[in-house]
Write a new protein. Structure first.
Length: 122
């Protein structure tokens, strides 16, 4: 049943990502408002949902699977990145938070370059 909750959320999140993204016309080389907006709204949503869960006990396990793992997971995984960084910071783990955030961004961009370089070799 766990996967059913996740899939149900993903069925909503993926089209929502496309809908929000198509509200912006981004030409190559210009600021990527599409992804920026999705990432920021996803981070707000995960903060709100998990904050309400922790502070008020609003959402049970199934609701979190549907909304956080399924919906937000297919809308943007950046929200998970935001939450995990927040979690490290609130636990006073500044070093791990910096390594995680900085490493994710830097290594993610480098991995993208590596992927493109390999694709060009084929």
């Amino acid at each position: 049943m766990t996967y059913a909750w996740i899939v149900a959320g993903a069925v909503i999140g993926a089209p929502l990502r496309y809908f929000v993204g198509t509200r912006f016309d981004v030409a190559a080389g210009q600021f990527p408002w599409w992804t920026f907006t999705i990432n920021v709204t996803g981070c707000f949503a995960i903060g709100l949902l998990l904050g309400l869960t922790e502070e008020r006990g609003w959402f049970n396990r199934e609701a979190r699977l549907l909304l956080v793992t399924g919906l937000l997971g297919s809308y943007t995984t950046f929200s998970a990145f935001g939450w995990e960084t927040y979690d490290l910071l609130r636990n006073d783990d500044l070093l791990r938070a910096a390594l995680y955030a900085g490493g994710s961004v830097v290594l993610g961009v480098l991995a993208t370059f590596a992927g493109v370089a390999i694709a060009r070799l084929t």
